[in-house]
Design a protein. Structure first.
Length: 150
């Protein structure tokens, strides 16, 4: 059996990584494809195999560390919030006293009634109060009283 040509081996790695990236579109293997590209060039220039491998690892890690945060920020800009994500930070009006101990509470939020709980167990919030949605737990909104502006 003949040893495989390093250029062909690195090209195969590059093609596989690009295909995986195209299939997932999750920015998972593109960094390593960049490393494989550099290793392919070094192999084509008859560089030693150890240098090809070291360059593959170093370039992949540098691309991963330096460009991934920027790419993920750009990539996630177009990600739309889910309905529940978009509720966090919004104001709501308490329509039924919120009492975590009794398990009661309702708010009117975006024209819909939601079961509500206070984020603090010992805080009771009376009907008519304005609250801020801090999170979602199942089908209940977690709220805190809105601070009065000074």
């Amino acid at each position: 059996m003949f040893p495989m040509n390093p250029v062909i081996m690195w090209l195969a790695v590059l093609v596989i990584l690009v295909i995986v990236e195209l299939a997932t579109m999750g920015l998972t293997t593109i960094w390593f494809a960049g490393g494989a590209l550099v290793a392919t060039i070094i192999a084509a220039l008859n560089g030693p195999v150890w240098l090809q491998f070291i360059c593959f690892v170093v370039v992949s890690l540098v691309l991963l560390v330096l460009t991934r945060p920027i790419a993920m920020r750009y990539f996630n800009q177009s990600r739309e919030k889910t309905n529940t994500d978009s509720l966090i930070g919004k104001q709501a009006i308490v329509t039924l006293d919120i009492n975590n101990l009794l398990g009661t509470g309702q708010v009117m939020l975006n024209g819909m009634e939601w079961s509500a709980r206070s984020t603090k167990e010992d805080v009771k919030i009376e009907a008519g109060a304005v609250v801020i949605v801090k999170g979602i737990s199942g089908v209940k909104v977690l709220v805190e009283p809105q601070e009065m502006e000074k």
